[in-house]
Design a protein around this ligand. Structure first.
Ligand code: ADP
Length: 542
């Protein structure tokens, strides 16, 4: 028997309409690349989304299902693009500005973007490849002065484009399963692959991230969105904030630790997100220049790579700010799990609670996880047995855009993450590694993530990345690339080995260390292990 409930479509427009109706006075505050501050309300943003939808249809000839690219930092107009493009039935394709020119060219041609909205400061990156772009009919310049000069063809200015349009627009009826956005994976394992999000998946992901067991956002909050909008719909926060009525603070390219701390202070930000490297930078900035007044920041959510336990502990001890660990992938919209302790953990010691919080956490309602052994059978949920992490759920990819990749899916409909993990009795998942990053030494598996987190707990270590290098005797052995903190004094490999020895058995402990100024990073700020492995491909240590 069918239920007797209205088939109300879960669309991004439903989020926008709600935000405008209930929270029209809430603010979007942008720090532009030149440091100037711009603030306006959800109500004003709403009208501009309608102007944008008119411009897309009337001036740019964009229709239902067309791809509209964005090549931009986090700011008000980028939020308008999230809602305006998908609201009129087109697909908002966020392009990762930090990829290589070849990858960007590949992505734009593969997705068949019809228009690209580009920040003035990022125009040179597109100018280099514009001749190779086969489908782009117009480039719309955001935050560009009137006399801006560019070799890009068919350019328009965003503000001019909007100014000539009415702010009345009848949103079309959209089936909640239609595509609203697209993001390509960052191509750490081959060519980038397109992931096409639906209105429904975006709505459900946002609704979930808003809840207390997840991101816990409400109209009491002022949220700093550090995760770049060009990556995985910036973890849903541009939708969550509008749903929750939280003010949104957008840093655009002001991502240096000192600039972020300044924004946190000035705007009295209460919640934020970002990858671990951002929060590591902020932590050391706060240590170096302690703020005169206690920050209003209560919590920051971290995902993308492992959040070291030592960083969670340090932030809490020194500044009373809670780090919350989350896990996800481009293919999972992206958030799949998040780690908070529960009431039953209240009697555990601080360290035991930290150990739980340093895990990647519990799957959200609407998401299921399983860990399977090499023969495909689920392993025990004992927190010990490792295997491949598989996922299914309401915002998990079903197929890649125009790419088969059958090997990414199991016959019974689960997505294979390529992560190696455990799940414990209480359903907390812990990432041990990516399949290709695991180190197999003398027939035993070594988790590079565990070694990295442990090394980063050393008081003299800022960053540590561990990869496998070839070894005649053991096939592979771990190599640690380490960045020392300024003023750390002398830290030797022996010091680090001693530091690791209480928590690792001897074969797991790296004997080889290289000390660097900076660990190479990927386009989304993770340790670039492919690059590190390339440097040491023949086992050499320089
Ligand atoms: P890409 O796959 O292109 O690197 P994603 O942003 O989709 O880009 O990365 C997803 C991967 O990042 C996951 O499969 C996992 O290996 C890693 N990851 C994400 N969050 C965490 C986390 N909290 N801890 C450890 N690894 C993480």
């Amino acid at each position: 028997m069918q239920g007797l409930i209205q088939p109300y479509p879960l669309t991004t427009t439903a989020i926008l309409e709600y935000g405008n109706r209930v929270f029209h006075h809430k603010r979007i505050i942008t720090y532009l690349p030149d440091g100037t501050r711009h603030a306006y309300t959800f109500g004003e943003m709403y009208l501009r989304c309608k102007q944008l939808a008119n411009a897309l249809r009337n001036t740019l000839g964009v229709g239902r299902g067309d791809m509209v690219g964005t090549f931009a930092w986090n700011h008000g107009p980028h939020v308008e693009l999230y809602y305006g493009v998908s609201g009129m039935g087109a697909v908002c394709h966020t392009i990762n500005i930090r990829l290589s020119s070849n990858q960007i060219e590949y992505i734009i041609n593969h997705s068949e973007d019809k228009v690209i909205f580009v920040d003035a400061t990022l125009v040179p990156l597109l100018e280099k490849i514009a001749n190779q772009l086969e489908t782009v009919e117009h480039y719309v310049l955001i935050n560009a002065p009137a006399d801006f000069s560019t070799t890009l063809p068919n350019t328009l200015h965003y503000e001019d484009l909007l100014a000539e349009q009415p702010d009345e627009y009848d949103w079309p009826e959209i089936d909640e399963n239609e595509a609203c956005g697209m993001c390509y994976t960052s191509g750490t394992t081959g060519l980038p692959k397109g992931v096409l999000y639906s209105h429904r998946s975006t709505y459900l992901h946002a609704l979930t991230i808003m809840t207390p067991n997840a991101g816990n956002l409400s109209s009491q909050d002022i949220a700093l969105l550090v995760v770049p909008q060009f990556h995985v719909m910036a973890w849903g926060y541009p939708y969550v904030c509008v749903m929750a009525g939280a003010d949104m603070v957008m840093p655009s390219s002001n991502l240096q630790p000192a600039a972020l701390v300044d924004i946190l202070q000035r705007e009295r930000v209460t919640r934020a997100n970002g990858v671990p490297t951002i929060w590591l930078g902020i932590y050391h900035e706060l240590k170096k220049n302690p703020p005169a007044e206690k920050l209003a920041l209560r919590e920051y959510v971290v995902g993308g790579s492992a959040l070291p336990k030592s960083l969670i502990a340090g932030f809490e001890r020194d500044f009373g700010i809670r780090g919350v660990h989350a896990w996800g992938m481009t293919e999972t919209s992206p958030l799949g799990t998040l780690s908070r302790i529960q009431s039953k953990h209240a009697s555990l010691s601080d360290d035991e609670q930290l150990t739980i919080r340093a895990k990647q956490g519990i799957a959200f309602p609407g998401i299921e996880l399983r860990v399977v052994s090499e023969d495909g059978t689920p392993v025990p949920r004992d927190g010990q047995t490792m295997g491949e992490l598989q996922i299914r759920g309401a915002w998990v990819i079903n197929a890649y855009f125009k790419t088969l990749n059958k090997e990414s899916f199991t016959a019974d409909g689960w997505f294979r993450t390529g992560d190696v993990s455990t799940i414990d009795e209480d359903s907390y998942m812990e990432i041990k590694d990516r399949t290709k990053d695991l180190i197999k030494s003398g027939g035993e598996w070594i988790s590079s993530v565990a070694l990295e987190s442990a090394l980063m707990a050393h008081p003299g270590v800022k960053e540590a990345a561990v990869v496998a290098i070839p070894d005649d005797k053991w096939v592979e052995r771990p190599l640690a690339s380490v960045v020392l903190l300024e003023g750390a004094g002398r830290v030797t490999p022996e010091d680090l080995m001693d530091f690791l020895s209480p928590n690792f058995v001897s074969y797991q402990i790296p004997r080889d260390f290289v000390f660097l100024k900076d660990v190479p990073k990927t386009s989304v700020g993770k340790f670039d292990k492919k690059e590190i492995r390339r440097r040491h491909a023949a086992g050499e240590l320089v």
